[in-house]
Design a protein around this ligand. Structure first.
Ligand code: DX5
Ligand code: ZN
Length: 222
């Protein structure tokens, strides 16, 4: 089973998103796009028109992370726009199973995120509908925050749940993932890693993606 590294463009030059994606295109598996609505989280980034425009200029598959209210209404549009993976927050969803079905029917992988304060067990009955569990390792809303160590047991729990479901359910971590924390995440069972500051703060972002992949690969449970 492969590992995937997803650079987040949250803290880059947002006036030049296509060029920022290009900087990691030789090594990134997905580009992670943080959609925030200033309601679900206290920050506002970009929405569907910007993501749809970027899809026309982007050679890297898009992993959209929707930190928004009412994903029931908005999430399928990101799949229709061409995102390879669309993740919404379980805390914000009225009918999460239906959203997953809508995403998959548009050809996207369906991801469900849990905030640091949300128990992974809320996904017990949903896991058969989804393709990825996102365990937030910071409070969502901003890049550059410190990794929350208490998320590590949740990663292991998510891994166990994903494995019980069979199929090919990925476990993603997002927030404070860098050269110091990625090995613990991989050791706990994560296989998809979002990294914003660690990648784009490096002198060679594409090389940092490779570095993170090799650290995670070494630390995987055997
Ligand atoms: C935070 C976002 C993250 C963020 C990660 O709410 O979901 O994707 O960009 O940034 P770093 O890697 O800097 O913590
Ligand atoms: Zn994110």
């Amino acid at each position: 089973m492969g590992l995937r590294i997803c650079p987040s463009v949250l803290n880059t030059d947002l006036s030049n998103l296509a060029a920022e994606v290009e900087r990691v295109s030789r090594s990134a598996d997905f580009v992670h796009l943080d959609v925030m609505d200033n309601h679900f989280v206290p920050n506002l980034t970009f929405g569907l028109p910007v993501v749809a425009a970027l899809m026309q200029h982007c050679t890297v598959p898009a992993d959209c992370h929707l930190m928004i209210e009412d994903p029931d209404r908005w999430a399928p549009g990101y799949a229709e726009a061409g995102a390879a993976s669309v993740t919404f927050h379980v805390e914000a969803a009225a009918r999460p199973a239906q959203i997953c079905r809508d995403l998959r029917s548009h050809g996207a992988r369906a991801g469900v995120a849990v905030n640091p304060g949300t128990d992974v067990r809320v996904l017990d009955d949903l896991v058969g509908e989804l393709d990825m569990i996102l365990v937030m390792t910071v409070e969502p809303g901003f890049g550059g925050q410190a990794f929350l160590e208490e998320a590590l047991p949740k990663i292991a729990h998510a891994r166990a749940l994903a494995d019980r479901a069979g199929g090919d359910v990925w476990v993603q971590v997002d927030g404070g993932v860098d050269e110091r924390t990625i090995e613990r995440c991989a050791g706990a069972g994560a296989d998809v890693f979002v990294a914003g500051s660690a990648v784009y703060g490096a002198s060679d972002p594409a090389a940092m993606v490779e570095r993170l992949r090799s650290l995670a690969t070494e630390a995987r449970p055997t």
